[in-house]
Design a protein around this ligand. Structure first.
Ligand code: AMP
Length: 459
């Protein structure tokens, strides 16, 4: 199944936005941003010695009580940019109320990551958080709400469920509303939920809207939330990080697997491979595992628990190759990414920026390689136009690559057979889908961690 983009609807923008393209002055420390000592200590404990650009640009306005529209690349520290002023305001309250802030996230994984950052920054301040997302037990969430958290992070469907059904849960005292990855939030369901949420939260609140790009959707949300924002733009809209080496290989569709294996065997480190369909994540993962690679799939068709399991295996280093759809290209906090491979070229050019953003974090030098076949050339040319760069070819000698052909073909046959058997078992109710594969890894990964890789097995 191809994960569909959400349709954009052109809307006029009614409110003028105060644009702040540059920081007001060169800021070098959290202290100079007027962040309080206890929060600076919390930042230091996380290894945040200085604010990132989006933090330096937006926090002074947030602390002045302004609404913010923050545009920044993925991995730029935008969670800190909204979490720090909210926690500082929480600390300034004499007796802070529960349900002080609410963050809406487009995905479940991102919701957990945002809550983790709030918890890490607010650990010594008694800040309590609750995560309200689908795919997780309702009773547990009701218990968490019973503990009167200060910050609620959720996806709109589950948040609305609890607002409607959970006794004593309301957002009447809310001081801060955050819409993260705002350009991904707007679909018909979300619009309805946001309308309902806006009816039950105070008008007198601050609203922060963060997004990688400024789209018509973001403007629509700004209007819906009646914001009077300062717009902070840390990077040009469609740029990719300078520290990212971007390359491509133009190859026939039939040779893609062989080139993929060649690249993986030549390069080391953690890698994300993007495919266009959910099914392809599972097929590729099986093939790569048959070749001794530590690969795991993640896609939107897996149950939430399995998705989190896959992500944790990757984050913990038990698997170093994550194969995913565009679902994972936004918002997931995977700090140790070294390489992104576009196994399929995205038909929506902006998705390329989000994908390669996974490998362009915190100023470290990383690589993104796109495998372009004859049918995808047009998409690739559109991407080059969007980023304003002509990308160089990744160096690879055809004869070196073809040394892998026999084993890649063999691994493909085995994985196709396994998928077929898995499909049959599934029909018989025994199940053997990508989720089961993740579970198998969870059970065996500790033992395999130092195990044979394809590179070693070639020697
Ligand atoms: P985000 O863009 O919010 O997903 O953050 C991406 C990564 O940057 C996370 O791993 C954060 O822990 C990290 N981060 C956020 N702020 C800072 C900072 N000021 N210095 C260093 N790392 C940071």
């Amino acid at each position: 199944m191809v994960e569909q983009p959400i349709e954009e609807v052109e809307q006029p923008v009614e409110q003028p936005i105060e644009e702040v393209e540059q920081p007001i002055e060169e800021v070098k420390s959290f202290k100079e941003l007027n962040i309080c000592d206890s929060l600076i200590e919390a930042c230091n404990r996380l290894g945040w010695t200085a604010p990132t650009k989006i933090q330096a640009d937006s926090i002074p306005h947030a602390l002045e009580g302004k609404d913010i529209i923050g545009l920044a690349q993925t991995g730029s520290g935008k969670t800190g940019a909204f979490a720090l002023p909210i926690i500082q305001a929480f600390l300034d309250e004499n007796s802070p109320q529960p349900f002080f802030g609410c963050v809406l996230s487009p995905t479940r994984e991102l919701a957990f990551q945002i809550a983790e950052q709030f918890e890490a920054l607010g650990a010594s301040s008694g800040l309590r958080t609750a995560v309200l997302v689908g795919g997780v037990d309702m009773n547990q969430q009701q218990l968490a709400l019973g503990r009167q958290p200060h910050i609620v992070v959720g996806t709109h469907g589950r948040l609305m469920y609890h607002l409607t059904n959970t006794k004593d849960f309301s957002l009447r005292t809310l001081k801060y509303l955050v819409l993260d990855e705002a350009d991904r939030l707007l679909n018909v369901d979300f619009e309805k939920a946001l309308d309902d949420i806006l009816k039950v939260i105070p008008i007198n609140r601050r609203t922060y809207l963060f997004s990688a790009t400024m789209t018509k959707k973001v403007k629509k949300l700004q209007r819906a939330c009646l914001m009077d924002p300062v717009k902070v733009e840390s990077d040009s809209k469609y740029s990719t990080a300078d520290t990212l080496q971007q390359q491509y290989l133009f190859i026939p569709a039939i040779k893609k697997d062989c080139y993929l294996v060649y690249i993986l065997s030549e390069m080391s480190g953690s890698t994300m491979i993007f495919t266009q369909t959910c099914d392809a994540t599972g097929v590729l993962a099986l093939m790569l595992r048959n070749l001794g690679f530590r690969a795991i799939p993640i896609n939107g068709q897996m149950p939430q628990e399995t998705r989190s399991g896959a992500l944790n295996l990757f984050k913990d280093g038990d698997c170093n190759i994550l194969i995913c759809t565009d679902m994972a290209s936004r918002g997931l906090d995977i700090p140790t990414m070294d390489m992104v491979i576009n196994y399929d070229i995205p038909s929506i050019s902006k998705n390329y920026i989000h994908r390669v953003g996974r490998a362009a974090r915190a100023g470290r030098s990383r690589v993104a390689i796109s495998l372009v076949n004859q049918y995808e050339l047009e998409y690739f040319l559109q991407i080059e136009k969007l980023i304003g760069k002509t990308l160089p070819v990744h160096p690879a000698k055809e004869e070196d690559v073809m040394l892998f052909l026999a084993r890649v073909n063999q691994a493909k046959i085995i994985s196709q057979k396994k998928r077929k058997e898995g499909g049959k078992n599934k029909r018989k109710g025994r199940g053997d889908d990508d989720g089961d594969e993740v579970e198998k890894w969870q059970n065996t990964s500790k033992g395999n961690r130092g195990g044979k890789t394809f590179k070693k097995s070639r020697r």
